[in-house]
Ligand binder design. Structure first.
Ligand code: MTE
Length: 327
């Protein structure tokens, strides 16, 4: 039987102290992770044979897709941080992605190889004038992509600071034209039980993962659809090829690997609220004053260092953008 709710011991988090600045190397070499292997095997035959370097699985496997070469995008300097960015490798090895592993955040990156992210489409449907299905690469080529530095706060009290690349959700919703009757937005993630082990083996969760926002929240300037992170394509463990980022809400609202966006006139269900309604609300704004029934929300800690404890900021520090939504 699966553990219910957020019952995963945080002690399972493994601090990653060594930062292997692999991305810089890869960028300098102008190749992807797959390309590194190609580069090494490109030695001329007359050169003395080199011992093959030990191959070690790496958590930073940048997907190679038709739009990879477009990254990085320009940073929007409006969004600044009050803390250092989280090391990319730390963020890539500490993930909540229950479709792959619902118990161990440190293992998700090892389980995503089989997950295919092309072809991929996102359907925008429901109460819109122009329901449409977008091919992910066409979307990336035609939306106003930019980089933003955001804080990211999980309901479990850990936090990180991340450079996302994406575009405002409202830009996509406007392409579909919300009808005046639309009041909410429902998001649905993928269902591929042959690729995501927990979708096959763990029936406690009502797969696929689903989430929701009010239309006003969805149209807020801060609400992003992210397709990239750390200046390159989104890694699979962060929700490639496209995920939601709602930085003033607890992280479970930021649904990964989206396939459908539906505008509705009724408040939609959300996976966590439907499973454990007394612990996870629909709104789920970051709030130091409202404890989780099983723990305080007054403080957070920055991964990977449990000692880097900071007071939780109301709305995760984004009150100036969103407080009026709840006035
Ligand atoms: N989306 C899907 N499809 N499946 C998930 O398990 N976990 C959520 C959210 N989106 C989740 C998801 C939770 S609880 C958090 S905290 C964030 O993703 C974690 O995002 P990260 O791994 O990129 O930090």
């Amino acid at each position: 039987m699966a553990k219910k709710g957020w019952a995963i011991p945080e002690s399972q988090a493994t601090p990653e102290k060594v930062f292997l600045n692999r991305r810089k190397f890869i960028q300098a070499a102008g190749v992807s992770t797959i390309g590194v292997a190609g580069l090494l095997t490109g030695c001329k035959p007359e050169q003395p044979a080199l011992a093959s370097p030990p191959t070690r699985p790496t958590p930073i496997q940048i997907p190679k897709t038709p739009t990879s070469s477009l990254y990085p995008f320009k940073r929007n300097e409006t969004f600044t941080l009050d803390r250092p960015l989280t090391d990319e490798r730390v963020a890539a090895t500490f993930n909540n992605f229950y479709e792959f592993d619902s118990r161990n955040k440190n293992q998700v990156w090892r389980l995503i190889d089989k997950f295919t992210i092309r072809p991929w489409t996102v359907e925008v449907t429901g109460l819109v004038h122009k329901p449409q299905t977008f091919d992910i690469d066409l979307l990336i080529r035609t939306m106003p992509l930019e980089e933003r530095l955001y804080r990211h706060r999980c309901v479990e009290t850990w936090a990180m600071a991340v450079p996302w690349t994406g575009f405002p959700l409202k830009a996509l919703l406007n392409r579909a034209g919300p009808k005046s009757s639309a009041k909410f937005v429902r998001f649905v993630s993928f269902f591929k039980p042959d690729q995501a082990p927990e979708q096959k083996n763990n029936t406690y969760y009502p797969w696929p993962y689903y989430e929701g926002l009010s239309l006003a929240e969805a149209m807020n300037d801060l609400t992003l659809l992210a397709t990239g992170i750390y200046g390159h394509e989104l890694l699979k463990q962060h929700g490639a090829p496209i995920r939601l980022v709602v930085p003033w809400k607890y992280g479970f609202k930021s649904i990964k690997s989206i396939v459908q966006i539906e505008l509705t006139d009724q408040q939609p269900g959300t996976l966590w609220h439907d499973l454990v309604p007394h612990e996870y609300g629909f709104t789920a704004n970051v709030n130091p004053e409202v404890p989780h029934p099983r723990w305080s929300q007054s403080h957070e800690w920055m991964i990977p260092d449990r000692k880097d404890r900071r007071p939780t900021l109301p709305y995760n520090g984004y009150g100036e953008y969103v407080a009026d939504l709840y006035a």
